[in-house]
Design a protein. Sequence first.
Length: 280
Amino acid sequence: MAEQHTPRSLIVSLYGAYGRETTGSLAVAELIRLLAAVGVDAPSVRSSVSRLKRRGLLVPERTASGAAGYALSADARQLLDDGDRRIYPHSPPRARDGWVLAVFSVPESERNKRHVLRSRLAGLGFGTAAPGVWIAPARLYDETRHTLERLQLAPYVDLFQGEHLGFAPTADAVARWWDLPAIAKQHDEFLGLHEPALRAWEARARTPSETAPEVEAEEAYRDYLLALDSWRRLPYADPGLPSALLPPDWPGERSAEVFRRLHARLRDAGAAFVRGRAEG
């Protein structure tokens, strides 16, 4: 298992990819078998499930066969539904779509909430326009609202939507609001980890395969889950900034295309492995 893939993160990715079908509930034994395919041991799965339960992301629920299991909570489903709009974008962002601004003020007596608020906005992909003024592409409004309401931080924040009118060119301002070299590095790391897997699968598609179907399904599941687990962090570091406002050698479009092709090629093939394990 790659160091960046924590057991908790992989469990969330597994539920996001495959755990919202039918009842959406998976038994711990099923989770152990499925996570073993990406190198997670049983104690780590049990410990991570307990932590996710304490955080309110997993709730006890019977599986389709009637066994005891865990399903996503309503909050976790909302998080994943919001995340889907980032992970699987439907159209490229445009500069003319505008921006959402979060302007907040937290009393000194509640400064701990100020830290939580900054962390949440950063985690949503907001850049910093000025102290207490955070900015993101306008399409993130709904997810931002859901997050602030869920964390009971909405009373401290005003949200605005608008366009950048100057005085610096918007591309120059974007370079101040976000750490673009750090985001580009994350895209490059994703490409280094997962572009070779895409090339291997595309080469395999061009030649007859003697791999048993069940083995190929497990390989597809493994490569897809690891790619998804890496990719789903990136749209929060890089919140979908329009290409016209980014450097000409920006790697984001290439990494998004690699994930798109991995998703198209491997997601459904991996589902066969998940169904086999869940029924076993």
